[in-house]
Design a protein around this ligand. Sequence first.
Ligand SMILES: Nc1nc2c(ncn2[C@@H]2O[C@H](COP(=O)(O)OP(=O)(O)OP(=O)(O)O)[C@@H](O)[C@H]2O)c(=O)[nH]1
Ligand SMILES: [Mg+2]
Length: 206
Amino acid sequence: MGSTRRKRWEAFLAATCFSSDQFPPSRGPEIAFAGRSNVGKSTFINGLIRTPLAHVSSTPGKTRSINFYRVDHGEGFCLVDLPGFGFANRARSERDAWAKLIEKYITRRESLALLVHLVDFRHGLLENDRKLQEWAIEQSVPVQVVFTKIDKIPRGRWPSFLRSYSVPQVSTVTDPFLVSMEKGWGAGDFILFLETYLKRVWAERR
Ligand SMILES: Nc1nc2c(ncn2[C@@H]2O[C@H](COP(=O)(O)OP(=O)(O)OP(=O)(O)O)[C@@H](O)[C@H]2O)c(=O)[nH]1
Ligand SMILES: [Mg+2]
């Protein structure tokens, strides 16, 4: 897993949205990060931009808005931090509002070029992960699965965990990435994948 790489992506917070009417005008392709609360979405984004712009917390339910981080690299793109789902310790009305906001973003946002689906390696895909995958497949949004917190599983057990999750129903552009932001593992490989992916998207949109 490579970790050395080129110049840092320059990023800034472009918008914070609590409802779909606050979504900013589209400026280039968007790479959105979705997954259950606490899987490490915000941590992963901070690792990619190597700047702690996104708020991180050990308490699930930290990110409550959709946050757009504009990156000035190549022809430009956005990293989009979505609120987590499946967090039980909040009022049902609040959870429903989040689910609706995420669903609206995924099903209506034309600039969404890739949905990065983060899954805690210890837990695998749970029921609402399946729902997320269904939304994306219905809208023909490409999904890339990333397993997080792999440092929590002994290395020797990674292959058997991976095998148990590689069921045919899992939608992913390429094989799932295994990452640990705690240890700095896997981010470099993911960045190489994303740069190649973006070049194709930019070329198609020209
Ligand atoms: N051990 C370990 N901990 C991690 C890793 N990535 C994130 N964490 C920790 O997991 C907790 C949650 O991280 P966040 O990035 O806030 O998770 P999130 O998915 O954005 O959570 P919500 O915004 O609540 O949906 C924090 O305490 C992080 O430090 C990792 O790779 N390994
Ligand atoms: Mg978050």
